[in-house]
Design a protein around this ligand. Structure first.
Ligand code: FRU
Length: 488
């Protein structure tokens, strides 16, 4: 029998879940009081304390953008996953809310894994993967929780709603993304089989009973062995599929632009690309926030050293980015205009020429604020083989840098011992636009109108930094460079 949202929510007071949530919140607030500030970010979302990874359940509900996230509320390392919860009206000020989901049932006893949210008839539903390990093997099932106030969530007594992966999948069967099309609900699930990453599709008329449709999309053999965190959405006249692949080097989120064929239940891709070219951009998820498609990703990565763990926290989200389709059909990122609300102390320089030497701008202090740079390059008159901005400490040591190699055809971020990340850029027009956002322990770069981005964590050992322009083997011409400090 179909359950109405009201009865699902009011027929249960889930005492054990509630107690587990209270215990988790208590643990986080105690740790938050003592978190070391060294690498804390000024204007990116991060947990109050302890571990976070993927953004989950992004949804606009009751006048707020809600963000849930994979959270371990007992240590700065990954552990049994809870869903942390926060909301914002402007992506600048975040309100931390009580943890929404804790592992409390047999089917999710080792973790409430990633998923998404939808609003239906006034109720907010979270879809997530219940994870447990039985005799060394993962069992992953799909579950739902509901809320009327957007603050407290009750797990569905019908859980798990999907108990078994189909033959085309494997025990890696997770991260439900739910959306509605023409009166029918659809759910995309990440999976993989025999070394081929896959997205599996389900459909439902009531959000409770799910019918398997088939393989929605799969790797061509070079795009990963398991696809995590699928996201599917319409953008303009096209559809976009985003997946986070395991088993592909480098490990970068991929996007496919194409069309959904709802009759066959498949995604027909025109082409695929890396969504961001940095090391610290994973498990991206988007949502439709009133009139635009906004995307956030986990601004960290698996299997890397995260120095802030010693300060009792780890993980953050990228800047919120609006997604647009370029005229050539490729995706463009635009950091949300709301971020301009953080700008202070505007300085600018026009018509600068640099030949071999360096030009050092005044210092900024990362403890006080972040930094935004908007750099318009005169490509036509730039001949340097390599050029960019070094972020120098007082001893003239580059803590990290952003620049171009191969006469402007390759954009890079040098994050020091954490690596160098680069991307091809196409010389379109005579001016090149670069936007750089530096926070206490991160750098995000957007080039060519947002067609290329590189996101990386950086952990400078000095907080007073001098942005310094350099050019090697030729001349660098700048049309204009604007700089702002960014602080709340
Ligand atoms: C992606 C991921 C998801 C999973 C979650 C567990 O980073 O591995 O596939 O649901 O993290 O925390």
């Amino acid at each position: 029998m179909e359950k109405k949202p009201e009865s699902m929510i009011s027929s249960r007071t889930d005492l054990s879940h509630e107690l587990l949530l209270q215990k988790a919140d208590q643990s986080v607030s105690t740790a938050a009081a003592a978190v070391d500030q060294t690498y804390r970010l000024h204007y990116h979302f991060m947990p109050q304390a302890y571990w976070m990874n993927d953004p989950n359940g992004l949804v606009f509900f009751d006048g707020y953008y809600h963000v849930f996230y994979q959270h371990h509320p007992y240590s700065p390392d990954w552990g049994p996953m809870h869903w942390g919860h926060a909301r914002t009206k402007d992506f600048l000020l975040w309100e931390h809310l009580p943890i929404a989901l804790a592992p409390s049932e047999d089917y999710d006893r080792d973790g409430c894994f990633s998923g998404s949210a939808v609003v239906d008839q006034g109720a907010l539903y979270l879809f997530y993967t219940g994870h447990r390990v039985v005799q060394g093997r993962a069992i992953q099932v799909q579950c739902r929780a509901a809320s009327l106030d957007g603050l407290t969530f009750v797990k569905d007594p019908l859980n798990p709603l999907i108990r078994q992966h189909p033959p085309e999948g494997s025990c890696d069967f997770r991260d439900p993304k739910v959306w509605k099309h023409g009166g029918t609900w659809f759910m995309a699930l990440g999976s993989g089989k025999d070394g081929i990453g896959r997205v599996l599709l389900y459909r439902s008329s009531d959000l409770s009973h799910w019918e398997y449709v088939g393989v929605f999309a799969e790797s061509d053999g070079t795009q990963g062995t398991i696809w995590e965190c699928p996201d599917v959405f319409r953008l303009g006249e096209k559809h976009v599929l985003v997946v986070s692949p395991i088993g592909r080097e480098p490990r970068r989120v991929l996007y496919f632009v194409g069309d959904v064929d709802y009759r066959s239940g498949t995604f027909v891709a025109d082409y695929s690309r890396e969504l961001d070219h940095g090391s610290d951009f994973y498990a991206a998820q988007s949502f439709f926030g009133t009139d635009r498609r906004i995307l956030l990703a986990w601004m960290d990565a698996w299997d890397v050293d995260i120095p802030s763990k010693k300060d009792n926290w780890a993980g953050a989200l990228t800047l919120p980015r609006e997604l647009l389709l370029g005229r050539d059909g490729s995706l463009r990122f635009r950091p949300l205009p709301e971020l301009r609300g953080l700008r202070k102390d505007h300085c600018f320089t026009t018509n600068m020429a640099l030949d071999g030497a360096e030009h050092r701008f005044s210092a900024f202090d990362l403890q006080e604020a972040g930094l935004e740079i908007h750099w318009q390059l005169d490509l036509e008159n730039t001949t340097a083989a390599q050029f960019g901005i070094l972020f120098l400490d007082a001893r003239s040591f580059a803590q990290f840098s952003v620049g171009f190699r191969r006469r402007g055809e390759e954009l890079y971020v040098d994050a020091g011992r954490l690596g160098v990340f680069s991307a091809e850029v196409s010389p379109t027009g005579e001016t090149r636009d670069l936007r750089i956002f530096v926070d206490r322990s991160s750098v995000e770069v957007f080039a060519d109108g947002g067609a290329v981005s590189i996101t990386a964590r950086v952990y400078p050992s000095s907080h007073k930094l001098f942005p310094t322009l350099f050019a090697a083997d030729g001349q660098l011409r700048t049309v204009r460079m604007d700089r702002w400090s960014l602080a709340k």
